[in-house]
Design a protein around this ligand. Structure first.
Ligand code: AMP
Length: 240
């Protein structure tokens, strides 16, 4: 009898708890913050640390533009003006991406949602097994302007630099692959102004939206990227 219990405790119980432990437990992170708040840089850290895909709706649109798809052509007209692409187009594209196999255990969203309607549409798609954390990178408008005006990225591998804060070793050339660095069309000053206005009126309300749901983690985004990551990592782990 004693042996039977020992067998149950050592082998059967751990096995059943493994089977019933929600295998679909899905950790979803959303990165929220104004343009130039460093979402891309922090996204790379989180994605590596948590081994989950980094999904940027801006990157998905830019990829569609490169490939000349109909979606890309439509999106470009809005992006060139610093305006948001209509919700229906973004939501369809995003839901399609997160339904892929590599997102089953979790994923990180960068640049989505951008409106409360997008957030609500996304909420209704979440299952009970999904756990959501929203990381808000808090940065003032002044700092944002400086960061964006100096931002350039590699045409080939996408690595991001900043002329003032994180310059490449050789001006205009990528440290990683040697390709030319370019400024994004929508990083030009007049477009940036529109993007900031759009952010304030349409995206900022998401801070209250997620705060009231108790899932918001606020981080000081005005520090150096490594320091932001240290604060962020501590807060993510603490909230686990
Ligand atoms: P980003 O790379 O995130 O700064 O996005 C670049 C541009 O893509 C934005 O200025 C918008 O025009 C468009 N975009 C990206 N994500 C979204 C979104 N979730 N909703 C609407 N437009 C978006």
């Amino acid at each position: 009898m004693k042996k039977y219990f020992l067998f149950l405790i050592l082998f059967i119980f751990p096995l059943t708890s493994l089977i019933s432990a929600d295998p679909a437990d899905q950790q979803i992170y959303i990165l929220l913050g104004p343009p130039g708040s460093g979402k891309g840089t922090q996204a790379a850290y989180i994605s590596k640390e948590k081994q989950i895909p980094h999904i940027s709706t801006g990157d998905l649109f830019r990829e569609n533009i490169r490939q000349g798809t109909k979606l890309g052509q439509t999106a470009q007209t809005y992006m060139n003006d610093g305006k948001l692409v209509p919700d229906a187009l973004v939501i369809d594209m995003l839901l399609d991406r997160v339904s892929k196999e590599d997102c089953q255990k979790g994923y990180l969203l960068d640049g989505f949602p951008r409106t409360v309607d997008q957030a609500k549409a996304f909420d209704s798609h979440l299952s009970k097994k999904s756990s959501l954390k929203v990381i808000y990178l808090d940065v003032s408008d002044d700092v944002v302007m400086k960061r964006i005006s100096g931002r350039e990225s590699c045409k080939n591998c996408g690595k991001i630099y900043n002329r003032y804060f994180q310059p490449p070793k050789q001006e205009g050339k990528c440290d990683q692959c040697g390709s030319t660095l370019v400024q994004r069309d929508d990083d030009k000053p007049e477009v940036v102004k529109n993007r900031l206005t759009t952010y304030a009126s349409q995206t900022k309300p998401l801070i209250d939206y997620y705060q009231s749901k108790g899932v918001l983690i606020k981080v000081n985004g005005e520090q150096k990227p490594e320091a932001i990551w240290i604060e962020l990592k501590e807060k993510i782990l603490l909230s686990n």
